[in-house]
Ligand binder design. Structure first.
Ligand code: NAI
Ligand code: ENO
Length: 302
């Protein structure tokens, strides 16, 4: 499949890919690079790749697959940095949470290379090289969004790579990906950031009791709201149109629930809550409830 894989950006995603290759693809040689010298140093201590280079150019030399694992707003810079060392045959991919703008940024920066964007829908609220673990991708979807002219053999190699790390792979159009992920991932994060912010602003009124008595629901929101600020700023800057369109839908539905509460319309509430309860049960039945941060580190879900 691939003999040498270069990983650019050694935070949660990059370190997990390094560890997952070591565990599942023995024989594949990996090289890593991160713009932050402290991350490179830590990556060496943790053995996240066969070698950690001091420059992006050095890291990608001889690689047949390069995976960019940097915030979506840093993809273009990362691609330009490594370009002088990139062999002509190398497939360039990424793990960014939004796809249309990343696909364009990478195609513009690397016009002569095969760029096949991808998004492993697997992660946690943690970031940095210490947060990675080899089982992150196991039983999780990886969405691959190839441009129309992608050679079939190259696409098949990338699909096989993600399957070897334990993922289920879906091939999808980038614009469709951005719409779906806006509602399943990006807006939920926005809601979590906002509700935790609102509760924190209320602390003066409630004398600290919001945090003190935070029950399950709010506590779950605080986990999501602890996610990396740079990464999520970049997601909303780069998936603006899809997020705004889904946000309009959501605001309409929220307003309908506000009206139901105002009107004492218990049936409307019961209908929605019953429908959503069934969705949750279906997710659990399908074994997809494995987003807990300890998944794969000896937790019972693994
Ligand atoms: N955190 C998550 O749960 C998930 C994140 N993603 C995507 O994966 C990508 C990486 O996210 P994380 O690993 O969570 O972030 P992270 O913050 O843990 O790591 C990102 C790393 O990229 C490095 N970096 C930034 N600019 C760079 C550049 N120009 N060249 C080289 N290195 C550079 C940073 O120093 C940092 O170490 C993002 O695009 C994110 O949208 C995808 C799925 C899940
Ligand atoms: O921690 C969680 O619950 C997540 O939702 C992780 C996550 C964050 C970003 C992605 O693009 C994919 C997965």
């Amino acid at each position: 499949m691939f003999e040498r894989v270069a990983i650019i950006g050694l935070g949660l995603l990059g370190s997990s890919i390094g560890l997952a290759i070591r565990e599942n693809l023995t024989g594949v040689i990996t090289s890593g690079y991160d713009a932050d010298p402290a991350v490179r140093e830590r990556a060496r201590e943790l053995g996240l790749a066969s070698s950690i280079a001091e420059t992006a150019v050095e890291a990608v030399r001889g690689a047949d697959l390069v995976i960019l694992c940097v915030p979506v707003g840093a993809m273009a810079d990362a691609a330009r940095d490594m370009a002088p060392g990139l062999p002509a045959h190398t497939i360039v991919s990424d793990v960014g949470s939004s796809k249309v703008s990343v696909a364009k940024a990478l195609a513009d920066a690397l016009p002569r290379h095969s760029v096949i964007p991808a998004h492993p829908v697997a992660g946690t609220e943690q970031s940095g090289p210490d947060a990675g673990f080899a089982a992150l991708f196991r039983h999780r979807w990886c969405i691959v969004t190839p441009p129309q002219d992608t050679p079939r053999g190259k696409l098949e190699s990338l699909v096989a790579f993600w399957e070897a790390l334990g993922s289920r792979v879906e091939v999808m159009d980038a614009a469709h990906h951005d719409m779906v992920l806006a509602v399943t991932s990006h807006i939920p994060h926005l809601i979590a950031y906002t509700i935790v912010g609102t509760a924190s602003d209320l602390e003066e009124v409630t004398r600290g009791e919001v945090i003190k008595y935070s029950a399950g629901g709010f506590r779950d929101f605080t986990r999501i709201a602890a996610s990396d600020p740079v990464m999520w700023r970049d997601v909303f800057l780069n998936n603006r149109d899809a997020v705004l369109s889904m946000l309009d839908r959501f605001q309409g539905d929220l307003e309908r629930m506000r009206q139901a509460i105002d009107a004492g319309d218990g049936d409307a509430m019961h209908d929605l809550f019953s429908r959503t309860r069934k969705i949750r049960r279906r997710i659990v039945e399908q074994g997809q409830d494995d987003a807990r941060p300890d998944f794969g580190r000896g937790g019972s879900a693994d």
